[in-house]
Design a binder for this molecule. Structure first.
Ligand SMILES: Cc1ncc(COP(=O)(O)O)c(C=O)c1O
Ligand SMILES: N[C@@H](CCOP(=O)(O)O)C(=O)O
Length: 460
């Protein structure tokens, strides 16, 4: 399998190179040259597989021979052995046709663990072969950072720098990033919002001296391997609910668009998915873009679902690439418009193509709190605010089987959950001392030069 850039000007790479490269050198994102297809019979034959066996079958065509089959199976097994639920991604019924897929049973209590634990294994295996040392820099609104730190802490050939927006992540998220004591972990609290963190990260990738000098690697969803690992749980849910004989829709709490893009890939592979519903909080650029055709940034407004406080949605570029008929030059022109004027108009027929696959909705702060309260009253399920945004949007959709993705554990956002239900969700016992551990964090300016100096100094 070969990987091409959404902007059409970067070298074509194999899976391993695309994983270790992160952002393409033309500023675009890598996507597979073709999307592998699974027949109805092949999908039917996957019913009843363990999560790990399913992961192998779904991902193998994308990996090619970068890992041998036994090696890849071993990496998958290690990635998911620390999850706190035997099903890995269990389904809970919320209504006659409405199901919640709990994606928060991994080590850091958010869906990011599904991909990050596996990338951790795959990158370590790749580095063991190449003998290289890498510097991972990640941008986070809270969950990617903690998942990345958990996956790479203590490794001798990897340094991990995580940029998070100062004062804009929950206390649990911050402590997950600032309390690990390993010397290769560097938590940087940036003076800015998540969009600033992500912009500085992309600046670093686009600065080839720096990028090559520190051997920069990325574990945000700009990295194709992140998206790929998330494709698996769409199959897992679809099969559990009767695929390929039954069509299922998905509602996805959305920020950087990586998770819902993984659903799009599952659909392209042949999983019978009805609609993919984008659910946003008050940072609703994607909902506005789909409804009006205007993708225009307005600045991030802090919300009670802080991990989705994003306006520049990185992976939307991958969806645009597909909707524009894989025209890299057209994608590059739209992205230049975003850089120069903070937005662009989605041209036809790309807008119609997007609307044929994706629906969208938004939830206000009040609606999010009301949904946490009503879901708890009706089912006993405590939703995190991100999952509640999606449940609210899912409830507005037409009938038919619907899976809503529950992307984080409620205990990561106890204030909002307590406000809505009167119940303060507790952390699992293994994290009980999180608030007693000492924090280690560096305040950093929203400035590329200063960040590069800081990282170079730390690397010595
Ligand atoms: C808890 C939670 N829900 C939803 C999202 C949105 O996912 P994506 O960025 O893949 O759209 C994020 C962050 O990305 C998150 O951390
Ligand atoms: N919500 C994310 C934002 C970064 O998203 P990613 O999927 O591109 O890593 C977070 O929690 O950091």
């Amino acid at each position: 399998m070969r990987y091409i850039s959404t902007r059409g000007q970067a070298p074509v790479l194999g899976f391993g190179e695309a994983m270790m490269t992160g952002l393409a050198r033309d500023g675009g994102l890598y996507v597979p040259e073709t999307v592998p297809q699974l027949s109805r019979d092949e999908i039917a034959a996957m019913a009843g597989l363990s999560y790990e066996d399913l992961a192998f079958r779904v991902m193998k065509p994308f990996i090619g021979d970068f890992f041998g089959d036994d090696e890849f199976r071993g990496l998958i097994a290690k990635a998911y052995e620390g999850f706190g639920h035997i099903a890995r991604a269990p389904l809970v019924q919320l209504g006659p046709q409405h199901f919640l897929m709990e994606l928060f049973h991994g080590p850091t209590l958010a869906f990011k663990d599904f991909a990050m634990q596996l990338i951790g294994q795959m990158m370590q295996a790749a580095l063991a072969k190449s003998g290289e040392r890498i510097t991972i820099v990640g941008a986070t609104s809270g969950d990617t950072g903690s998942a990345a730190i958990e996956a790479f802490r203590g490794l001798s050939n990897v340094d991990v720098f995580i940029l998070f927006p100062h004062g804009r992540v929950s206390d649990v998220q911050r402590r997950q990033m600032t309390t690990p004591s390993e010397a290769n972990v560097h938590a940087l609290a940036l003076d800015g919002d998540f969009d600033d963190c992500q912009a500085r990260l992309k600046d670093m990738f686009n600065d080839f001296d720096f990028r090559d000098g520190v051997r920069l690697a990325g574990v945000n969803s700009i990295n194709w391997a992140r998206v790929l690992a998330q494709v698996v749980y769409y199959f897992h849910a679809g099969l559990a609910l009767g695929a390929p004989h039954r069509e299922v829709s998905f509602t996805v709490p959305t920020g950087n668009f990586g998770d819902i893009f993984a659903g799009y890939i599952a659909k392209r592979m042949g999983l019978p998915i009805g609609r993919l519903v984008i659910a946003t909080n008050q940072n609703d650029i994607l909902d506005r873009a789909l409804k009006s055709g205007e993708y225009r940034t307005t600045g991030v407004a802090p919300s009670i679902s802080p991990s989705m406080d994003i306006q520049v949605s990185s992976n939307f570029e991958r969806a645009l690439f597909e909707a524009l008929g894989r025209d890299g030059a057209a994608v590059a022109a739209l992205m230049e418009g975003l850089k120069q004027s903070g937005g662009f108009t989605i041209p036809e027929p790309a807008l119609s193509a997007l609307r044929a696959t994706f629906l969208s909705g938004r939830a206000s702060e009040e609606e999010t709190l009301a949904t946490i309260a009503s879901a708890y009253k009706a089912t006993g399920e405590l939703l995190c605010p991100h999952s509640a945004v999606a449940v609210k949007v899912a409830q507005e959709q037409e009938q038919g089987a619907m899976v809503t993705l529950a992307t984080a554990h409620p205990a990561k956002f106890p204030d909002a959950v307590e406000r809505a239900t009167g119940i303060r969700p507790g952390l699992p016992p293994r994290m009980a001392d999180l608030f007693a551990r000492p924090e280690r964090v560096t305040r950093a300016p929203n400035d590329l030069g200063a960040l590069k100096t800081l990282i170079r100094d730390r690397l010595g």
